[in-house]
Ligand binder design. Structure first.
Ligand code: ACO
Length: 352
């Protein structure tokens, strides 16, 4: 499809003030800083307070993206929130975010495709603009995964963190969208899932649901192998839509699930490690927020420059996967909110 051009005009991020370190996790489960760093690359994660829901962290990220562009909420035509941890099963978190930003009346909807959410959201936002449906779409990837993590299960509790990242997509003369590839395979949803709360196992089962139904569950090694193959393959295919090859990419911004998954993907694509953007040590796996959080870092520190070809890729529950190839424009990063620089101990998870 080729219609109007689309660019990303501004980006923003927010990470809650709570910090859960590997040392904190050593107090909760039988693990070690050494194991976590070697097997995952993670050192700490940001954790929402018990009062903070996903919309509460999506809103400051969205405000930061708007602030970076000088646009007002009234300039935005549509709001999309990609999340696996919505405020409620319904209504959509995007409706809550849009109204809080002063956009009541504008279309707003969620994308629920786990860690692939930002990639599906980028493709949706860009396609809506290219087709002429909207001139401006605000996409936010936001998660409070700490709410669905069992902090007695060492196989999952070390992996996940909370955060949000936002991007404002706008119609433009130049078309920055180079190509996209999305995919899904739902043959075995239990590879990576939250068992309870949906229609398969509703909350109102009068006590039949066990405790684990409320926590993320995962077959780690199965996800690992699939992740590497699908991120590499979809990155190649997204670039091929613009007759580009992996070596034409200036940067790879992958979903931050595990440093070893990222390293293996970089090797499979035969890219130099310096072209890969990672910040997993700071945030852990923040699902649909991980790509915009990494993007914000690389734009803020001047690594990603106007004109660069950037490939974004992710995989996640579904199973699902995807990649977007993008020519970076001149988007700025909104100011980091104060909360990001005053860490707190998440006392509801690690008591003093
Ligand atoms: N600390 C110490 N030991 C641990 C821990 C821990 N936190 N977790 C597991 N172990 C142990 C296991 O019990 C096992 O012990 P054993 O050999 O005595 O049985 C050993 O470490 C190895 O376990 P593996 O599961 O084989 O470890 P692996 O190297 O595969 O790493 C990991 C596990 C990090 C989970 C890895 O498989 C992974 O990253 N998988 C992908 C996860 C992922 O990307 N999920 C995406 C979620 S995204 C979304 O959509 C929400």
């Amino acid at each position: 499809m080729k219609g109007y051009g689309v660019t990303i005009a501004g980006i923003g991020r927010y990470a809650p003030a709570g910090i859960l370190s590997n040392g904190d996790l050593e107090k909760l489960v039988e693990t070690s800083d050494e194991w976590i760093v070697q097997r995952t690359g993670m050192r700490r994660r940001h954790i929402a307070s018990p009062e903070q829901a996903t919309s509460d962290i999506a809103i400051p990220a969205a405000k930061a993206a708007l602030e970076a562009t000088g646009r007002q909420p009234s300039d935005v035509d549509c709001v999309i929130v990609a999340t696996a941890t919505p405020d409620y099963l319904f209504p959509a978190t995007a409706c809550i975010v849009a109204s809080a930003l002063g956009m009541t009346g504008k279309p707003a909807f969620d994308i629920s495709i786990a860690c692939s959410g930002f990639i599906y959201g980028m493709t949706t936002a860009a396609s809506l603009i290219r087709a002429g449906a909207f001139k401006s779409v605000l996409l936010i990837g936001a998660e409070t995964l700490s709410k669905i993590v069992d902090y007695t299960d060492r196989s999952t509790c070390v992996l996940f963190g909370d955060g949000a990242g936002a991007a404002l997509f706008e119609r433009s003369d130049e078309d920055c969208f180079l190509g996209s590839e999305l995919g899904a395979d739902g043959a075995d949803p239990t590879v990576l899932y939250l068992r309870g709360g949906g229609s398969r196992l509703p909350f109102n089962t009068n006590g039949k649901a066990d405790r684990s139904a409320g926590f993320v569950q995962m077959q780690g090694q199965a996800v690992f192998k699939f992740a590497v193959n699908m991120m590499a393959q979809s990155s190649r295919n997204a670039l091929a839509r613009a007759d580009l090859k992996p070596e034409d990419a200036d940067f790879l911004v992958p979903h931050q699930a595990n440093a070893r998954i990222i390293d293996a993907t970089v090797k499979m694509l035969k890219l130099p490690p310096s072209k890969c953007v990672t910040n997993i040590q700071e945030y852990g796996n923040t699902s649909s927020a991980s790509i915009p959080l990494a993007l914000c870092d690389a734009v803020a520190d001047g690594r990603i420059q106007p004109g660069n070809v950037v490939v974004f890729t992710a995989f996640g529950g579904g199973l699902s996967w995807g990649a977007v190839a993008w020519r970076w424009g001149s988007a700025r990063v909104g100011k980091l909110p104060q909360e990001n620089i005053e860490p707190e101990r998440p006392a509801h998870i690690v008591p003093a």
